[in-house]
Design a protein around this ligand. Structure first.
Ligand code: FES
Length: 141
């Protein structure tokens, strides 16, 4: 059977260049995940601004941001940044360890994409319902 292409161009031409370009969004995802982490941390304050409190909303925000980080760190871009362009892992044991951890997440990239997508929707819905007064956020402590 003949090869469909005379030469392999990888991800340098349309449409596969889009696959390549999307990986730069990893750098945009990091500050977004940072802001969501800050938001989740604020969930440990009560209405008076005192720290050391939590409610169901805190749990929702923390679970959401954990899934967002897991998805972000499972990106192939992250895997490449952590472990790419190396000839010998033996000379970079920390990067090797990090590459192994990211690799484990990367193997579940698709599942993490769906889970984080669902968690963003559910967290937004929860915040909307609480802020619009449909119900009060149950407090744990
Ligand atoms: S979001 Fe980067 S590879 Fe999927």
């Amino acid at each position: 059977m003949a090869e469909p292409h005379a030469a392999y161009t990888g991800e340098t031409r349309f449409p596969l260049i889009l696959q390549n370009l999307h990986r730069y969004f990893f750098y945009l995802a990091i500050p977004v995940a940072g802001i969501l982490t800050y938001d989740a941390a604020l969930g440990f304050r009560n209405a008076d601004g005192a720290w050391g409190h939590a409610g169901l909303g805190t749990l929702v925000l923390v679970a959401n941001v954990a899934l967002i980080w897991a998805y972000t760190l499972s990106c192939h871009s992250c895997r490449h940044i952590v472990g790419g362009r190396l000839k010998h892992f033996s000379k970079h044991p920390v990067r090797y360890r990090a590459w192994q951890l990211v690799g484990r997440l990367n193997a579940r990239h698709m599942q993490l994409a769906w889970l984080s997508l669902a968690s963003v929707g559910l967290a937004d819905l929860y915040v909307y319902l609480v802020s619009s007064g449909v119900f009060a956020d149950p407090k744990f402590f």
